[in-house]
Each structure stands twice: as structure tokens, then as C-alpha cells.
Write a protein that binds this ligand. Structure first.
Ligand code: BTN
Length: 266
């Protein structure tokens, strides 16, 4: 196992560089802890990190497997000065920030699968669970980020093994989680500041550069259970995914499950 002294130091001191970190050796879900801290007034930029989660949550009610010592499981509290209509775009921005952080630290370049999965060679390596609360002072957003950093392939359930990977599994060497956490914090805060300063046009343009599925055939399982198949046109200026079906009708996806046609679901 790779030695990661800054991680051990962070666990002891609650600091990683300039950033103060709420470090937990075990918790249900860092998103829940972050929500509770935010309710007690924690500042924007605060991050909760766990060595393992007993009930890590993914999008659409899925579980996020969180074995100890190998993955990055963290939740950032954000209090962005943005309109609530901008929040879906902020979650896309978070995927972009996470992809960039991985690239800075590992030289791997994960692509993005709408809304914000990180993919390497067609397999999922990370994901983001964004949860927002509206308050009179402005929105509160919890950005929960999970990255399979050094997770061995046999830690995943058999039925997922051909759909998921880790940074180490892809690169053939392990990475220090502390470096990734630091880069993630820097990229996220820079992305929020950019959105507050200039809006989302540039962020969405950068997102499209890393779009894993643009121009490919997708299946969208709507929340009512209908399956719509069509070509991905990428996210529009509101951050909604556009799909054009065989009849030429364009659909805008606000939520639901997206997969490559014929690939099966996670
Ligand atoms: C997804 O791809 O479905 C989103 C996965 C998000 C997982 C992270 S791990 C840290 C944070 N705490 C959670 O319970 N979930 C997020």
C-alpha cells in the first residue's frame, strides 16, 4: 500500500494544507455529516472526509461502495452566491472540477458522463452526489464526491466489475489520496468562484470537451419508467442533457438514468 503521510497527518490534525477538514474514521455518509454541520452554521469550503462509509449513497438511491483505506469519500459544504436555477449547472461544474483534479494529480484524464460521473476507458471511476437546500441567505449545496483511488477490482461486486474501475486499476500504480483531496478542494473552489464571477458558459464549454457520450447512442430511463433511445447532443446552456430520437424529436433530460445503448445499467 502506498505511503501517504499527509493523509495520516490530516487524520490527526484536521488540516490539509490551508484547509480545515472534518475527518472521520467511519461514518454512515459524509453527505449526512456535512448537511448536519451546515445546519449548525459551518462555513462554505468546509469538507468532511471519511476513511470508510457504512452507508455511502449514490445517485438514484444506489449504494456507493466505500471500503476503508483505498477510496476518497468526501463532502464539501458550499454556499454559492448563485440563483437556485443555476444549481444543476453547479453539479456539472463539480464533475469538471473532479476530472481536472484527477488529471492534475495522476495525468489520467477522466471523461464525464452526464450529469457528473467520471469515466476512464468506459468504466466508472468516480461520482458526485449533489444535495441542495434553499435558504433565505442563498442556497446551501453539499457536494459529495467518491473516487475509487486504489480500490482493488475484487472489492466490487461481481456484477459491477466490468463497469467500474479505480485510478490504480487503470494506471497500474497507486496514488496518494491526500494529493487528490487537496487538488479537488482547489478545483472546486475555483469553479464556484468562476461561476459566481462569469456565469456558466465557459464551465459548460469545458465540460463538453470532456463529454464521454456526445454523439453516441444513449438510453434514458425516465423517472416514469419509459425508455427513450437517441443520440446524445450533450448538455444545453441550462445543463440539461439533450437527446435526439430516431424520429428527430429532441428530449431534454433533467434527471433519471442514462446509459450507452446496449451496455446495460449499473
Ligand atoms: C454516484 O455516482 O451515484 C454518486 C456517488 C457519490 C458518492 C460520494 S462518497 C462521499 C459522499 N457521501 C455519500 O454518501 N455519497 C457521496
Amino acid at each position: 500500500m502506498i505511503s501517504d503521510l499527509p493523509w495520516l497527518d490530516m487524520a490527526r490534525s484536521g488540516r490539509l494544507g490551508e484547509r480545515s477538514v472534518c475527518f472521520l474514521s467511519e461514518t454512515d455518509s459524509t453527505n449526512d455529516v456535512a448537511l448536519a454541520l451546515a445546519g449548525d452554521g459551518a462555513l462554505g469550503g468546509t469538507v468532511v472526509v471519511a476513511e470508510r462509509q457504512s452507508r455511502g449513497r449514490g445517485r438514484l438511491g444506489r449504494e456507493w461502495l466505500s471500503p476503508p483505506g483505498v477510496g476518497l469519500y468526501c463532502s464539501f459544504i458550499l454556499r454559492p452566491q448563485l440563483e437556485s436555477a443555476d444549481l444543476p449547472k453547479l453539479t456539472l461544474g463539480a464533475g469538471l472540477a473532479a476530472s481536472r483534479a484527477v488529471e492534475t494529480v495522476t495525468s489520467l484524464r477522466p471523461l464525464l458522463k452526464w450529469p457528473n460521473d467520471l469515466w476512464l476507458a468506459g468504466k466508472k471511476v468516480g461520482g458526485i452526489l449533489a444535495e441542495a437546500r434553499l435558504a433565505p441567505a442563498g442556497p446551501l449545496v453539499i457536494l459529495g464526491i467518491g473516487v475509487n483511488v486504489n480500490t482493488p477490482q475484487d472489492a466490487f461486486p461481481v456484477e459491477l466489475r466490468d463497469k467500474v474501475t479505480s485510478l490504480a486499476g487503470h494506471a497500474g500504480r497507486e496514488f496518494a489520496r491526500s494529493g487528490l483531496l487537496g487538488a479537488l478542494g482547489d478545483e472546486l473552489m475555483a469553479m464556484v468562484a468562476r461561476a459566481e464571477r462569469e456565469g456558466f458558459a465557459g464551465i459548460l464549454a469545458d465540460w463538453r470537451e470532456r463529454d464521454a457520450t456526445r454523439g453516441r447512442e444513449l438510453e434514458w430511463l425516465t423517472q416514469s419508467g419509459q425508455v427513450i433511445r437517441g443520440l446524445s447532443l450533450g448538455p444545453d446552456e441550462e445543463g440539461l442533457l439533450r437527446i435526439r430520437d430516431a424520429a428527430g424529436t429532441a428530449h431534454e433530460v433533467l434527471s433519471g438514468d442514462i446509459s450507452l445503448a446496449g451496455s446495460g445499467r449499473e
